[in-house]
Design a protein around this ligand. Sequence first.
Ligand SMILES: [Zn+2]
Ligand SMILES: [Zn+2]
Length: 183
Amino acid sequence: MELREDEQEITEKENVMEFVYSEVFVSEEKLASLKKIMDETIGESKYYRFKAWLHFANLERWQSQRWHHGYLSSQEGDICTCGLVMDEVSLAELNEDAALGSSMYATLRALGVEPIHLIAGHRNLPTLSGLAVAFTYDYQHHEELNAYLWDALCQGCGETVLQQRNDLTDAFVEQHNAKCGGK
Ligand SMILES: [Zn+2]
Ligand SMILES: [Zn+2]
């Protein structure tokens, strides 16, 4: 009987989905300090100071654009702009179509998205809070319109909006997180 309870406990733990997040918050102080170091550096190493500043300046910009994508590869796995880490557990789920269900994976894969867009556990941007099932995943710059147009998807129902102004994709994301399982 005791053994059965132990087994039960293990099974339950394995069924609890735990997401791994990396620290991706970029404070204004951090950006200002990296900028100051860059400005004060003379010579060859200025380029490396510039790259250090640019890394975090880009991350902050992408978060404010609410754009989810794998911005960094680390030993732990690829990291989304929302901090979600595609670790071994989420990769295994991805390979088995486990977390979202096979038909949802097929729908979303057909969009040609990055693997990190197919795993569950994204957080809302730019707040880095809650759980997002709908999010912006790509964009294109249209020179003739002088505009960026965005693509968003919903992991809850499989709907998408493609090549729209960001206020429309933001509205889509908000609606679908409200009705399709976001928090
Ligand atoms: Zn994300
Ligand atoms: Zn939806």
